[in-house]
Design a protein around this ligand. Structure first.
Ligand code: SIN
Length: 289
């Protein structure tokens, strides 16, 4: 297999593998390392069946069944990311990281393009390694001792914003009563594969810093959200028939562009189980410990 970077910060196209037929343990290991390094792996020209899609999820750590997305008919392990021509709002149209409201947040997701609009519908990714690295030493030192609270309630719960803001997501999201997850994670994690520091707050699910009020947290979170989406930390994936994208939630944010009004975009998503995330500790903290 070859990994060809698609931007200076994150993302690589992977050639030399047929995902449906050639996912050997050696290749899984090499892809895990590549995912830890690049954060986003893009495969072209694939023909992945629903069985193959789920097998890929199993090979990388197990399939995490999404509680809130409509599943593909007959395939409860595969979530549907759909936008119909008459629908206005798309799923995942703001910068976020999936499932950070879980105590053991999902490792990543594998997105298979099923029906694409004639133009648009690209997905942006941003490297949280690059975002962390570009912070000042002072802010790095402060954030490395902090934790943040994440929740599913405001996004998917009975008081979710999509129920009252005029959005048309209601048929695509459901199971509102199950949105009771809250989790506390380090603000800077040590990536389990690469060992690199990665910024782990996101606009979708982080609600405040642990021990701070929402109001106190807002300005610093806002600064981090603006910082984290700087263009030089990002890559942009254009989908073609046969494109499969595997992203790492511990190293990246993503944002699905909503620029194909009047057309259908249908993707199938398998989410891969993760594990609790360790905090990044600065050299000085490590030396003192
Ligand atoms: C998502 O999982 O947030 C959606 C990604 C996409 O549709 O590109």
């Amino acid at each position: 297999m070859d990994f060809t970077p698609i931007s200076g910060a994150c993302g690589a196209e992977v050639s030399g593998i047929d995902l449906e037929r050639e996912l050997t343990p050696e290749r899984v290991e090499a892809l895990q390392a590549g995912l830890g390094e690049y954060g986003v792996l893009v495969f072209r020209g694939q023909r992945v069946s629903p069985e193959g899609h789920l097998a890929m999820g199993e090979a990388f750590g197990g399939v995490n069944i999404n509680r809130f997305f409509k599943a593909v008919d007959g395939w409860p392990g595969i979530a549907e990311v759909r936008k119909e021509p008459e629908q206005k709002v798309n799923i995942g149209g703001e910068w976020h990281t999936d499932h950070t409201y879980d105590v053991e947040p999902a490792l990543g997701s594998i997105l298979v393009a099923r029906e694409l609009p004639p133009f648009g519908g690209d997905t942006l990714f941003s490297s949280m390694y690059a975002a962390y690295d570009a912070l000042s030493d002072g802010l790095k030192a402060m954030l490395s001792g902090m934790k943040a609270v994440h929740s599913s309630r405001h996004v998917f719960g009975t008081g979710a914003y999509y129920l009252t803001d005029g959005s048309d997501l209601a048929g695509r999201y459901g199971n509102r009563e199950a949105a009771t997850q809250d989790a506390v994670h380090p603000v800077v994690i040590r990536h389990p594969v690469s060992g690199r520091p990665s910024l782990y707050v996101n606009r979708g699910f982080t609600i405040r810093f642990d021990g701070w009020t929402v109001e106190e947290s807002r300005p610093l979170l806002q600064m981090l959200y603006e910082h984290g989406s700087r263009p030089e930390f990002t890559c942009r994936v254009r989908f073609e028939p046969g494109t499969v994208v595997f992203w790492d939630n511990r190293a990246t944010w993503h944002c699905a562009l909503n620029d194909y009004a009047g057309h259908r975009r249908l993707m199938h998503r398998v989410t891969v189980e993760g594990a609790p995330l360790p905090a990044w500790r600065l050299e000085a903290e490590r030396a003192a410990a």
